[in-house]
Design a protein around this ligand. Structure first.
Ligand code: NAP
Length: 339
């Protein structure tokens, strides 16, 4: 039955993720009767296009959520902690992109291809996982179901858009400064990012891991509902604008061949296999940029452990890693009448 539409708010609408949430709502023809775009006072006066109309950006304030039924948050953890409960109180379901609620046992952490059922047990807030975790679990879920996964070792190669729009500007301006013989100015990252890379995303913790690595470890266990799965992550920032890549090694319970893995993944939701190395056939960030799929290639036996597999996984970090995943969660709620 057609629905007249929901009153939807996007919090952080002017940011890298928020902007794309608005686009994905339009692309997926999500039923929206009223769209409220919220950001900081700095953005008042700006507009964003939606279905051919220019929608003004409003300042996020305490009563922004009156009448709102669905609120998509992507303005950072502090804003989510302060305003997500306000939105829920006003009657909205919140889908939150920040890390504020991801590990809260009361809050489902959902990747629609992996654990859609979890979305239905929400009590107001649903969390969108970290971008690097999302693409990894989408690629691994069919293997997890078919052969069991005991251990994952992952190294990421993450685009600067994962840090937001100011980081994209930092890479662009450092490249242009260096190419014209000027000094690169560093504001956001701990090192120059142009022509460089560093294994450091988020703060370092006492155990020697950085926050992004611990997010991948903890979120994977929560999404797979498997506290036993062993995960080790190294997260690296690279000078790419869009698209995260991951080198993943897994140890399965049952031996599974590269051929069987390719066949499994070819039929998996949201996954595309590009695996013909002899003709340089493997996914790269530019393959994934602008798409909603998770791409897998370089599938091969890892001979260093029993039942080992190695692979390369790439996705658009702003789309599947954030905006698309959030709108897909909203679609689950819509289909199940939980909105
Ligand atoms: N980028 C990714 O790949 C990615 C992936 C998954 C999750 N996330 C998460 O999504 C969130 C946003 O990331 P982003 O990359 O989109 O960041 P961004 O490009 O820096 O955008 C931040 C957004 O938050 C708004 N904002 C900042 N302070 C505010 C305030 N005091 N009141 C209201 N709005 C405020 C900004 O509005 P103004 O324009 O007015 O400043 C802007 O719309 C973060 O929690 C991030 O961890 C990002």
């Amino acid at each position: 039955m057609a629905h007249n539409g929901f009153k939807v708010a996007v919090v952080g609408a002017t940011g890298a993720v928020g902007n794309l949430m608005v686009k994905v709502l339009e692309e997926k023809a999500f039923p929206v009767s009223k769209l409220k775009l919220l950001a900081s006072a700095r953005s008042v006066g700006k507009t964003l296009p939606f279905h051919g109309r220019e929608i003004p950006v409003e300042e996020l304030v305490q009563n922004s959520f009156e009448g709102i039924q669905l609120a998509l948050f992507s303005a950072g953890g502090a804003i989510s902690r302060k305003f997500a409960p306000v939105a829920v109180q006003a009657g909205a379901v919140v889908i939150d992109n920040s890390s504020a609620f991801r590990m809260d046992p009361q809050v489902p952490l959902v990747v629609p291809e992996v654990n859609p059922h979890a979305a239905l047990s929400h009590s107001g807030i649903i969390a969108n996982p970290n971008c690097s975790t999302i693409q990894m679990v989408v690629a691994l879920k069919p293997i997890y179901d078919a052969a069991g996964i005991r251990r994952i070792v992952v190294t990421t190669f993450q685009a600067v858009s994962g840090t937001g729009k100011r980081a994209v500007e930092e890479l662009r301006s450092q490249v242009s400064a260096i190419m014209s013989g000027r000094e690169a100015v560093r504001q956001i990252y701990p090192h120059q990012i142009a022509f460089n890379c560093f294994p450091h995303i988020g703060l370092f913790l006492d155990n020697g891991f950085c926050e992004e690595e611990m997010k991948m470890i903890n979120e994977t266990r929560k999404i797979f509902e498997d506290a036993q799965i062993r995960v080790c992550a190294t997260t690296v920032r690279i000078p790419v604008i869009c698209g995260h890549s991951e080198s993943i090694n897994i140890e399965t319970d049952r031996k599974i061949s590269p051929e069987e893995t390719r066949e499994l993944l070819k039929g998996a939701p949201g996954v595309r296999v590009i695996d013909d190395p002899s003709s340089a056939g493997y996914p790269v960030p530019l393959t994934a940029a602008g798409t909603d799929d998770t791409f897998v290639g370089r599938i091969r036996t890892d001979p260093s452990v029993e039942n080992g597999l190695a692979m390369w996984v790439v996705a658009d970090n702003i789309r599947k890693g954030a905006a698309t995943n959030a709108v897909q969660i909203a679609e689950i709620l819509l289909k199940s009448g939980r909105l």
